[in-house]
Every structure is written in structure tokens, then in C-alpha cells.
Design a protein around this ligand. Sequence first.
Ligand code: PLP
Length: 395
Amino acid sequence: MKVNKNFDNLVSNYLFAEVAKRTSDFIEKNPDKKVIKLGIGDVTLPLAPVVVDAMKEGADELGKKETFKGYPDYEGYEFVRQAVSDYYKSFGVTVGADEILITDGAKSDSGNIGDIFSEDNVVLVTDPVYPVYVDSNIMAGRKIIYADSNERNGFAAMPDDSVKADIIYLCSPNNPTGSAYTYDQLKAWVDYANKNDSVIIYDAAYEAFITEDNCPRSIFAVEGARTCAIELCSLSKTAGFTGTRCGYTVIPKELERDGHNIYKLWYRREATKFNGVSWPVQRGAAAVFSEEGQRQIKENIAYYQENARIISSAMDELGIYYTGGKNSPYIWLKCPNGMGSWEFFDFLLEKANVVGTPGEGFGENGAGYFRLTSFGDRDNTIEAVERIKKVLCNR
Ligand code: PLP
């Protein structure tokens, strides 16, 4: 018996464990201090009422013989896929219901999609990066190369024609940097992928936070994307499904590589290893895309967006360089006064009793940067920002 030795190549990601440890040590030593956490990537507002009602109805339907449901269709129920397709139409993108598969979320999808690709492909990720893309490809034994996101390109890495990559992970709006690609920037990636016979795995988990018209909500808004891209999306951050679990993949029927249809490979993978999302959750997901559902979830998104605006305007006042905040719940800032990521973490915790996330946990280019999130409570966000302003002005 042999285990998958690729696991030996994983770098132990101690980031969140270390953040939790330093925070709990501080709280233990300072029980009178109110610590505010702006480091979390999880939502805090509850599910929209229309979604809860649909889930309750779904549960009731399971309790009656006439409406009971067993295994769902592998690709998700047609009415949910149609609702997703109509949602894309609402921002001007045409994808067929038969090009959509309902899944349990973008984290699993971004790892699982690798099943359909050979392990000798070269994978390109942008640095800093959502760690799942890296770790899942290390587990599969693939070579990983990095495209630099940095201050010079506004933390939005661009393709380099002298580099050959087979699989490209893009995330826009980006976690952790909050930057969102413009149409022209995405077009450059699409052109690169079509020219090099690569596939783009496009993570649109934060699309609902986009406010600027020149930043597409979907890669399929970009001409040429249908022959090179797979889109992953999720209801986690848009509708508070982090605990409930529902997402979707979009694969255009014309996407072919190496003599194979990519939709068919992914469908086969899902049919073999995944038995679908539960009926109450799919009922809830469909409700997200109803007119009332959209109105209700937009209220929650607006709440987080206002938190992001509050944090960003504090950075503006302090003259601190940052990306994100506008099209994203994340604010990615340069640690002031040349501090390192962990140095700034300790400084903020001790002086302002505020917790954020050190950038170097997301890759080499994150060193010296820091992530704050807008998923917290409004009053706490305001208080945290006031404290940050105070300690940085008094330094
Ligand atoms: N993709 C990105 C870029 C994320 O930041 C996250 C969660 O933080 C996910 C995917 C996970 O999404 P899901 O909850 O749908 O698995």
C-alpha cells in the first residue's frame, strides 16, 4: 500500500491556525479588551427570508409521499439551471441551462475539476492566490507556475506570451487582493488561452460585488471565452450559502481540448463521484434567483459593500495603498511604515485590538500586505476603523 506522496509537497498552511492562536493568546492575556475580527472570509448576515421559506417548503415536500424526492439529477434540477441561465441573461451573458451544473460550491469545484485533466499539465496561478488552487494541484502532482500580481499591475496579473501554461486559474474579483479584471484585461487572458490551447478555470465567487461597468460579471461576457473557459460560481458570498452549500459550474458546449468535449468529461466526473445537492437547498437556490430573492440578497450585499466603503475611505484618509473594496468585500492594503505582514498583524492586535489576515499566507507576493474583510457587523467595522486610524495617526 502506498499513499499519495504528492501530499508531502504541500506546504503546511499555518496562516489561519496562527491567526487564531495569536488572537486567543491575546484575549486570554487581555480579557477586558474587545477584539474585533476583520479577518474572516465568512459571511455573517442570515439567509434571505424568501430563501428560508423555499427551503422550509422543500423540507415539507420531502415529508410527503406525493412530493418526496430521492437522488437529484447529477447536473442539478432543470428549474434551478434555468434560473441560473436567466440570471446570466440579466447581465447580458448567454449561457444555456444545459451548460450549467449545480454543485456543492466553488471550493470543491476548483479542486475537483482537476480530475478531468492530465497530471502533466502545467498550471498557472496568480500570486497572491486563493490557496485551494495550489494545494489541489500539488495533490495531483502538477507543476505550478506563478504570474505576479503586484503594485505595478494593481494586483491583477497579466499573461506573459513567453510562458506556456495549460491550465490557468483566474479569480475575479480576487481573493485575497480584491482586484477585479476589466474587460480588456480578461480579453488578454482569453486570447492567450485560445492561442496556447489552454483552459481558463475562472472563479467568479465574488461576481455579485462588482460595481464598475467595465469589469465583467462573467468571463463569458468576453469575446472568445466560450472556446477556452470554465466558470465556477457560488451562492456562498452572494446569498449567504457558506454553510448551506450550493454553487454551479458553466461549461460551454463548444469547449473542446485534446479531442474531448470538456462539458461531457465534467458531467461524467460529477455523475461518478457526486450525488447532487439536496432538494431543500436547490429550492432555496432557485429562490435566490427569483425577483424577490434578488432584491433581498442585494440588501445584504449592499450592507457588506458599505462596510467595504468605510474601510476603504479610512485607507484613503491614511494615505495607505490598497486594492479592492470597490468591486469586492476584500481590502488588500500595504502594511504601513514598511512593516511585514505578521509585524502589522501583531501591531494591530496589540494597539487597536483588531484582527486581520497577513498577506504572506496567500503567497510570496503577499509579504508586506494585509487583508481586511467587510463581512463583519457594521458597528464593529466602524469601531475597528476608528481604532486603526487612531493608532496609525499616533505612531
Ligand atoms: N473561491 C474563492 C476565491 C473563495 O474565496 C472561496 C471562499 O472563501 C471559495 C471559492 C469557496 O466557495 P464555496 O463556499 O462555494 O466553496
